[in-house]
Design a protein around this ligand. Structure first.
Ligand SMILES: *Cc1c(COP(=O)(O)O)cnc(C)c1O
Length: 382
């Protein structure tokens, strides 16, 4: 069965060489903008491409504000600072995510709490979120506190896994009710929409990533999408060393961060963003082909959830069980088709093993059975 998969994926990409999971495509103005950037000598943390990038992001996503960041992890860290997460607060996220989400929470000296994915959606389960609050939390002076730990539950970071949006309406409602600051980890969902809105524009603050394996890349890079003017100004200030503007004097009015995106990286991402729409169209076509192909197999294709128009950043299938998954991984990788199991659950990593968690029934099921399959933009698609 896995052999059929190998042959199908090779036919899809029209090549007999090694097929990676996700490789970048540079078919537009990348070299032109990079040359312009180098010729200008503005290759570092100021330059016109950084401004252009932020404008383009607002235009594409409909966000009120966009702030460039050096990478997605830094954007997540800054999101938590903007949410006023303090030492010993608790921040809720999903156990099934990339490690950056949990690491960023730790950078603020807050405690991550790992909750389950939905049964029909890889992202944070709103039912499990409500259950955690019902069983553990109470309101004190308008803030949510965990009665067992006596800590404030300050923020919640759902993650749009592989480009598929979480059940945002339900999660927004719960976070509003309990005064929990919502941050979307939209690192994987550039080009994805939830009920017609670009992911990352529903929460007041969200983080995007433009790492090399993402739908479009800056080489390395990230951004904040922000819907509040004061927070956007604060984000720009804090990510640029908290320097007070002055023609020549150095004055910094608080501890800031050098989370600026170099103009070189901004030049690359500007060229990439020009192609985002075409890339997402191409990736959605690949997903349709996979959907049809896997219908005839024992593997279950992970489709876009209800209310979501997904970028299908990374396609995935569910195997029957771990044994079948291991066979799938071995056959494909032995035959030059790169596939990968999903991440280990955060609650199983050494540094997070003592964190609070729920039963994680769905997350454990996904972890045992899920495989990612090649999803790069197909160049032979014309
Ligand atoms: C890629 C990614 C990030 C951020 O990644 P960077 O490599 O720091 O840009 C954060 N969260 C998730 C879920 C990701 O997939």
């Amino acid at each position: 069965m896995s052999n059929d998969v190998v042959n199908y994926i090779k036919s899809l990409y029209g090549e007999d060489r090694f097929i990676p999971l996700h490789e970048p495509r540079f078919v537009g103005n990348e070299k032109k903008y990079l040359n312009e950037c180098i010729d200008s000598t503005f290759v570092s943390s100021v330059g016109k491409f950084v401004d252009k990038f932020e404008h383009m992001l607002c235009e594409i996503t409909g966000s009120k504000y966009a702030i460039a960041c050096v990478n997605g992890t830094a954007a997540l860290h800054m999101s938590l600072i903007l949410a006023d997460v303090q030492k010993d607060d608790e921040v809720i996220t999903q156990a099934l995510t990339f490690v950056a989400t949990a690491n960023a929470i730790s950078y603020t000296n807050a405690h991550p709490v790992f909750l389950d994915s939905a049964s029909d959606n890889l992202g944070l389960c709103p039912i499990d979120l409500q259950k955690f609050i019902n069983e553990n939390c109470e309101m004190r002076d308008g803030e949510c506190f965990n009665k067992n730990t006596n800590r404030r539950v300050k923020a919640c970071i759902p993650m749009h896994t592989f480009g598929h949006a979480v059940k945002l309406d339900e999660i927004v409602k719960i976070c509003e009710k309990y005064n929990i600051f919502l941050i979307e980890d939209a690192a994987e969902s550039v080009g994805s929409y939830y009920k017609g809105k670009h992911t990352g524009t529903i929460a007041k603050v969200s983080a995007l990533s433009f790492n090399g394996n993402k739908t479009v890349t800056a080489g390395g890079g990230g951004a904040l999408l922000i819907q509040d003017e004061k927070l956007a100004k604060r984000a720009k200030h804090l990510t640029t060393t908290a320097k007070v503007p002055h023609p020549y004097e150095f004055n910094h009015d608080e501890i800031g961060y050098n989370y600026r995106m170099p103009n070189l990286n901004a030049a690359l991402i500007c060229a990439q963003l020009e192609q985002l729409e075409a890339y997402v169209k191409n990736k959605r076509e690949t997903a349709s082909l996979y959907r049809e192909f896997f219908k005839e197999t024992e593997f279950e294709f992970i489709d876009e959830p209800k209310d979501c128009k997904s970028s299908f950043w990374l396609n995935a299938v569910l195997c029957k069980d771990t044994e079948q998954r291991n066979e799938f991984l071995k056959t494909t990788n032995d035959n030059n088709v790169m596939t990968r199991p999903v991440w280990k659950l955060m609650s199983e990593l050494a540094m997070f093993k003592d964190c609070q968690k729920s039963k994680l029934i769905n997350a454990k099921n996904y972890e045992a059975r899920l495989v990612n399959i090649p999803s790069s933009v197909r160049l032979n698609n014309e």
